[in-house]
Design a protein around this ligand. Structure first.
Ligand code: FE2
Length: 378
């Protein structure tokens, strides 16, 4: 058993040349049933701003995409315009979900060649898009399930998002909620596939495994899961990969896989530098979070030591705390944000900690099981 205090490899200390340098997450694209209404939800409830739009008005025939921004986070929400499209099939099979995790690179052609030569399945050959604001090169490879990584090279582009998109001017501009950037994105994969995908990120993308949790770390009376975390060389991209482990009842990963129909993105963790302010704002706008029993807070300071925040306020809001060798973190998890119990968000504030909240797993998974029991899917 290796815990999150055992950092297997410090990626920034690696002496090997990084064959896939990544500057960060470029955007995340979701295929959704009604992108226009989803965009309203992301603006109203999560504080995103309108950024760009592509669709019939810009010459597209098969889809409408709305692009939203909050600090460094860009979301693209895409819906099909007709029956019989691959986007429509994806939504029919999986409900709303993440299709593309786009990664910002300096050279999308090299990123494609390096990963495909190491065994990646190509999704998009390097493809140049141009308009009056410059040029963007994109390429893409497949990862778990039907999820795609696109490599986006935008150093010669000054436009609002990508060529082909027009600026989306909206009269409705709700304030932000303090969401800053994508901290990590978690994939759920079927039983027996976690190591395959960890190997994929290591061998094909040059990532390093930085943490590992087994079913002794992540189990309750009824359910268990296993997880390994991979990170790229500069640590800006972190992907935990979960697989279900044998338990008495169906685990949350099994439930996800049943409803999503394949491996896919389980949650997107978004960083804030004021989790109390962010969560207050999100709750006031109707975002619902998983709650742990109030007894969690009775022994919180004993478990994590002194913290800057007022424990009673954390308890009111349901914010969880965990500590590792480097500091502590605060985190909270939303309920699923679509009818199926699939994709959800985590809000995280790191105060030195580089781990993922292992000390909260048990309380959290018991909370998820209570929700599963209510759904009849435990
Ligand atoms: Fe997470």
């Amino acid at each position: 058993m290796i815990t999150d205090t055992a950092i297997l490899n410090n990626p920034s200390a690696s002496m090997e040349a990084d064959f896939l340098p990544l500057n960060g997450t470029d955007y995340v694209e979701l295929y959704v049933g009604n992108a226009l209404q989803a965009a309203h939800f992301y603006k109203t409830a999560l504080g995103f701003q309108s950024l760009a739009h592509a669709g019939l008005k810009t010459g597209l025939k098969d889809r409408e995409s709305y692009v939203l921004v909050q600090d460094k986070i860009r979301l693209v929400l895409t819906s099909p315009l007709h029956k019989g499209t691959d986007i429509g099939r994806h939504i029919d099979e999986r409900g709303d979900g993440v299709k593309v995790v786009a990664l910002w690179v300096d050279d999308a052609t090299k990123a494609f060649e390096e990963t495909v030569s190491r065994g990646a399945k190509p999704y998009m050959q390097p493809n140049v898009m141009e308009d009056e604001h410059g040029r963007v090169v994109r390429s893409g490879i497949h990862t778990y399930g039907e999820t795609i990584h696109l490599f986006v090279e935008r150093k010669d582009y000054k436009g609002v998002f990508l060529p082909g998109y027009e600026k989306w001017e909206s009269a409705y501009n709700p304030t932000t909620t303090g969401l800053k950037f994508v901290d990590h994105m978690v994939g759920n994969v079927p039983l027996g596939e976690m190591n395959k995908w960890v190997n994929f990120y290591e061998e094909v993308m040059g990532f390093k495994q930085i943490m590992s949790f087994d079913d002794k770390d992540i189990s309750t009376e009824y359910t268990a899961l296993m997880s390994k975390v991979v990170s790229n060389g500069n640590g800006r991209i972190k992907f935990p990969i979960n697989e279900p482990a044998a338990g008495l009842k169906k685990s949350q990963v099994d439930e996800y896989l049943d409803f999503y129909g394949s491996a896919g993105v389980q949650h997107m963790a978004i960083a804030t530098d004021d989790i109390v302010g962010t969560v207050k704002e999100l709750q006031s706008r109707g975002i619902e979070f998983l709650r742990v029993p109030t007894t969690y807070y009775d022994t919180l300071i004993e478990r994590v030591g002194e913290i800057d925040e007022d424990v009673s306020i954390l308890g009111e809001l349901g914010i969880l705390v965990d500590r590792d060798d480097e500091g502590y973190l605060l985190q909270i998890f939303t309920q699923p944000i679509e009818p199926r119990p699939t994709l959800f968000f985590e809000i995280i504030q790191r105060k030195g900690a580089t781990s993922f909240g292992k000390g909260n797993f048990k309380a959290l998974f018991e909370a998820i099981e209570r929700e599963q029991a209510i759904r009849g899917t435990l």
